[in-house]
Design a protein around this ligand. Structure first.
Ligand code: NAD
Length: 323
């Protein structure tokens, strides 16, 4: 916190629709007088010792501020490109349904996303799924603590230990051990395929639970859950580290609609609300969140993905009017 009473937060605007939705967050935060000063950094990758890396200034900024808000980053498809999202995470360790309130927590540094792949012989590639007790313990402990902090009754591990007996087995057994430290939180486990079927059939039984799972399952299941509540334009997320945390929307850079003022900034906005809550700024978080929810509920200034005609900035202005 600076002498002016403001907290400095690193802002990575990102690619595609990133700058447009980031502008909405900046405008709404200013109108809400949220005590945040943005420090914009560029994460265009550089090559360091032959590997893709994030510029030092960007890393230093996050390390100094502890908190960052991040827009989507486009990942070039093909060989030789390491996902910048992965690099960042590694560096810092709609309405068919009403009443959906799912919390999904995924391990975010390993699993199938270990990035360890190689050609065995021509035409045969091998990809390593890495699960460690240390990373599993960290995410599982966080899941139990988070369940307690938001008064959810149960933690449920989603896994495939029936098939991946050793890797998912380690994750599941670690969960059983950690659950003993949290006797007031119920604990159970469910197979991934079963969870998918049950959530899309009726998500309400998942409202009192926190779901926790290895990396790849979380990546897929979180997009599926986004579909339950109105699509990718609405779903927020945060990458919680021991020291630094980076908050971002679940969606990508949406190149098909970039630069046209069509993007829905809600996902990044709700990510910025998670950020304010993480920083203990609950009054500002609640005020902005209420303005967003009321604007959505009124339904007059909705973006195209929600069936409306409003431009990104018109939707943001409607929120600002309610603050
Ligand atoms: P995407 O999430 O960018 O887009 C999928 C679809 O959802 C598109 O039709 C898009 O128009 C729509 N959409 C997404 N966000 C929206 C919003 N806020 N408002 C309205 N509509 C929205 O996924 P993609 O097209 O597969 O990926 C594009 C790029 O983004 C790729 O380079 C990918 O690697 C990257 N990506 C980044 C992240 C991240 O930074 N965390 C996540 C996913 C994808």
């Amino acid at each position: 916190k600076g002498a002016d009473g403001k907290f400095t937060v690193t802002l990575i605007e990102g690619d595609g629709i990133g700058p447009e939705i980031a502008q909405s967050v900046k405008d709404i935060f200013e109108a809400a007088k949220a005590p945040i000063k943005w420090e914009s950094v560029d994460v265009t990758p550089i090559l360091k010792d032959g590997k893709t890396a994030i510029p030092d200034e960007a890393i230093k900024s996050v390390q100094k501020n502890f908190v960052a808000l991040k827009g989507p980053l486009a990942t070039p498809v093909g060989k030789g490109h390491v996902s910048l999202n992965l690099t960042l995470r590694r560096t810092f360790n709609l309405p068919p349904y009403d009443n959906v309130d799912t919390v999904l927590i995924r391990e975010n540094t390993e699993g199938e996303y270990s990035g360890i792949e190689h050609v065995v012989v021509d035409g045969v590639v091998q990809s390593i799924k890495l699960i460690t007790k240390e990373a599993s313990e960290r995410v599982l402990r966080f899941a139990f603590q988070y369940a307690q902090s938001i008064q959810k009754k149960k933690v449920r591990v989603v896994h495939k230990a029936t098939i991946m007996k050793m890797s998912d087995g380690l994750f599941l057994n670690t969960a059983r051990d950690i659950s003993k430290d949290f006797p007031d939180v119920e604990f159970d486990a469910e197979l991934l395929d079963n969870s998918c079927l049950k959530i899309v059939t009726d998500p309400t039984p998942y409202n009192d639970k926190v779901l926790v799972m290895p990396n790849l399952y979380g990546d897929i299941l979180s997009d599926m859950c986004a579909g339950l509540i109105g699509g990718l334009g609405l779903t927020p997320s945060g990458n919680i580290g021991d020291e630094c945390s980076i908050f971002e929307a679940v969606h990508g850079s949406a190149p098909d609609i970039a630069g046209k003022g069509l993007a829905n900034p809600t996902a990044l906005l709700l990510s910025s609300i998670m950020m304010l809550q993480h920083m203990g700024l609950h009054d500002h978080a609640n005020r902005i969140q209420k303005a967003i929810f009321d604007t959505l509920a009124e339904g007059k200034a909705l973006t195209g993905d929600l069936g409306g005609k409003a431009k990104t900035h018109e939707y943001a202005e409607a929120i600002i009017k309610r603050l």
